[in-house]
Design a binder for this molecule. Structure first.
Ligand code: ARG
Length: 407
């Protein structure tokens, strides 16, 4: 019996060619799994069209899994708790979706009695790391195959290969951008953007085209760390994200243009559009400023960086990430309240107000007017003792002469 492989199928050129190539070169049976993580939002073809393509390429079956709720309520939610921005900028769009896909890939591998899973990534990116490390974490017995790392074809060769095998692809040799999208945003690579100095063209953006020049104000309400309503209208997380992508993206907010460090040692110029993700993280971390105690807040900020790195590096299913999730979750119990966001074209977003029943902001302590409740005299001894070490050092060793001359 031929070995059976379950392939993470997107419907794009590489994964379509991968189906036929693995059958021809490795003599395997291929089951395709298409995981819906919200990429249907603005795609112009249906999942049925994509399934038809998988079958035309030679797949035994093409299973479609709807993972949108899971993507929102488990993966985006954890990213919100952790204010997750890799290298301070990138909300982990692709990095968050890969473990969702891996989970379903492994599930389907079990259902179809497969001994291997496969992905269509090349050897240069992060996604191969996420697929493989994720699979090994969930199913150490499964083999992971990466045909695109073996076949040595250029994009033009792949188009020829698809034509030769009558695989109805939409891509052409001229297709310039590589786009990965889901509920949390879109990642745009290739084309003119491979030159870090070249300004990104307007063309590949879809979520952040300016369709509303007027300033917009909206109030985002949070409960225990998650956004639950826009302007008092309660919404489930997946719907709320979609709504914010529309409302914030309409003023052009949400574009990111950065040079990023990939796990495999390559610096790459990356362009993203993530209106909802950035608006939510901005509002969420602002609300935390109001409600988190200082030491907790500072330590959380340090661990947020680590959390984002782990997810970027494909460690969603790992003991450190699980432990950090427990920490993040624990910090969220009082992160409830409202944040007012003000948006203006082109692409500006500001927080203009925040409130919470759990606020640690105390007007009596903060005010400079007559309502002041702070005992100023308490500060005298406190500041003296706080600065005592420096005072002693200055007296004995001399602040002025302490700096050695520069070589
Ligand atoms: N650089 C981003 C990341 O590693 C985006 C990757 C986009 N993936 C893709 N297959 N086009 O998360």
């Amino acid at each position: 019996m031929a070995k059976r492989v379950v392939l993470a199928y997107s419907g794009g050129l590489d994964t379509s060619v991968a189906v036929r190539w693995m059958i021809e070169e490795w003599g395997v049976e291929v089951v395709c799994v298409l995981v819906n993580v919200g990429q249907d939002a603005d795609s112009s073809e249906s999942f049925e069209d994509i399934q038809t393509r998988a079958m035309a390429a030679g797949a035994l079956e093409c299973v479609v899994v709807d993972a949108r709720q899971e993507m929102a309520e488990e993966f985006c939610a954890s990213a919100i708790y952790a204010n997750a921005l890799y290298e301070g900028k990138y909300p982990l769009v692709s990095a968050l979706s890969r473990p969702v896909i891996v989970r379903h890939l492994v599930d389907q591998a079990r259902k179809f009695d497969a001994t291997a899973v496969a992905h269509g990534c090349t050897g240069k990116g992060n996604d191969q790391v996420r697929f493989e490390v994720g699979t090994h974490a969930l199913a150490p017995d499964l083999e992971v195959l990466a045909p695109a790392r073996n076949w040595g074809m250029t994009r033009a060769d792949s188009v020829d290969y698809a034509e030769k095998w009558d695989i109805p692809i939409r891509a052409s040799k001229e297709k310039i951008y590589s786009i990965d999208e889901n509920l949390w945003g879109r990642a745009i690579e290739c084309g003119a953007m491979e030159d870090p100095w070249a300004a990104p063209p307007d063309e590949p953006y879809t979520l952040t085209k300016i369709t509303n020049e007027q300033p917009v104000e909206l109030v985002l309400s949070f409960k225990a760390g998650l956004p639950v309503a826009i302007d008092s209208e309660p919404l489930g997380l997946a719907d709320l994200i979609k709504r914010l992508n529309d409302r914030c993206g309409a003023t052009g907010f949400g574009r990111i243009d950065m040079v990023e460090n990939r796990r495999v040692g390559i610096k790459s110029r990356e362009v993203y559009e993530c209106p909802a993700a950035l608006a939510i993280i901005t509002a969420h971390s602002d609300l935390e400023d109001l409600v988190l105690e200082r030491d907790l807040h500072h330590e959380k900020a340090r661990l947020e960086t680590r959390w984002a790195e782990l997810i970027y590096d494909g460690m969603w299913f790992s003991p450190l990430k699980e432990a950090l999730d427990s920490f993040m979750f624990d910090t969220q119990r009082h992160v409830s309240g409202d944040v007012r966001l003000s948006l203006a074209a082109p692409g500006l977003l500001r927080v203009t107000g925040r409130r919470s029943p759990h606020a640690l902001y105390d007007h009596g302590l903060a005010t400079y007017d007559a309502a002041d409740t702070f005992r100023h005299s308490d500060s005298e001894g406190y500041v003296k003792i706080y600065g005592l070490g420096v005072k002693t050092w200055a007296a004995r060793q001399g602040a002025k002469n302490a700096t050695p001359p520069r070589p």
